[in-house]
Design a protein around this ligand. Sequence first.
Ligand code: FAD
Ligand code: A2P
Length: 264
Amino acid sequence: MNQAVNPDLQTVTTVTHWTDRLFSFRVTRPRSLRFRSGEFVMIGLPGEGGKPLLRAYSIASPAWDDELEFYSIKVPDGPLTSRLQHLQPGDPIILRPKPVGTLVHDALKPGHRLWLLATGTGFAPFASLLREPETWERNERVVMMHTCREGAELDYGRALVEGLRDDPLIGDLIAGKLHYYPTTTRQPSPHMGRITDTLTSGQVFRDLGLPGPLTPEVDRAMVCGSLAFNQDVATLLRSFGLTEGSNAQPGDFVVEKAFVGDGI
Ligand code: FAD
Ligand code: A2P
C-alpha cells in the first residue's frame, strides 16, 4: 500500500545505528502534519492480523523540517523495536499524525535560563527543541544535560549538539547561549554523575561557570527520562521553588516520560 492510498503510511529515508542498543531514522513527513517542537506521535508497523503495532515516539526533528526524525532504543524482545531496528531506506512505516505532549514552550512561563534534562532516549524531544529557533529566542541560556550509563550512548546527542553551530537557521542564534553537559554514570568520562546529583552538589554550575542554584525567577526546565528519574528531578525542582506546568497552565517546569516500564 502506498502513501497515496493510506495517508498514515510514510517512507523511511535514512537509518543510522549509533550503538547496538540505539539508532535513529528519518521518514517522509505527511504534508498535513503540523506539530510543536517537543511533541510525540504514535508510529509503528503492521502487526499480526494486519492490526497496527504502535508505540509513542518523540519527534526528534524540529517543526520546520521537511522530514521527521526519530531516535530509538532497540529492546531485544520488544514487540516493536525488535522489528523496527531492521528498518531500511524505502521501507514503509505507520505514523498517526496526532502530535501531543507537554515538552513545549507553550507550557512554560517566560524565563531566562532553560534546563533540558534527559537520560537515555529522553534526549529525543530535545533534539527537536535544540533545533527550534523559538528555544533560543525565548532564553538567554540553554543548558542541555544528558546522562547515560556509558559514553557511546551519548553519541547521537553529542553529534547533534556539535552540528548546531553550523546549522544555517540557528547557528547564529545559539552563540554564547548553549551549555552542553553530557555525563556518564557507569563508565569513566570527563563529567560523571547523575543529573540529580550534579544539580544538588552544584558541580554542574561550577563546571559550566554558571550561577547557582536554580531559582523560579530565572530558571525553567524540561525533563524527559524514566519514571524514577522524572519523579526524582521533579522533587528536586520543587525543592528549589519551581512549579510544574502544563499546556492548560504554564509553569516553571514540564515533564514527559521517555518510556513506560522499568528500563532494561
Ligand atoms: P515495549 O513493550 O514498548 O517496551 C518493553 C520494555 O522496554 C519497557 O517496559 C521498558 O522497560 C523498556 N523500554 C521501552 N522503551 C525504552 C526506552 N526508550 N529506553 C529504555 N527502555 C525502554 N522510545 C524511544 O526509543 N524513543 C522515543 O523517542 C520514545 N518516545 C516516547 C514518548 C512517550 C510519551 C512514551 C510513553 C514512550 C516513548 N518511547 C520512546 C518508548 C516507546 O513507546 C516504546 O516503548 C519503545 O519503542 C519500545 O517498544 P517495544 O514494543 O519494542 O517494547
Ligand atoms: P545510574 O547508572 O546511576 O543508575 P537507565 O539506563 O537505567 O534508564 O538509566 C539511564 C541513566 O539515568 C543512567 O545514567 C542512570 O544512572 C540515570 N538514572 C536512572 N535513574 C535515575 C534517577 N532516579 N535519578 C537520576 N538519574 C537516574
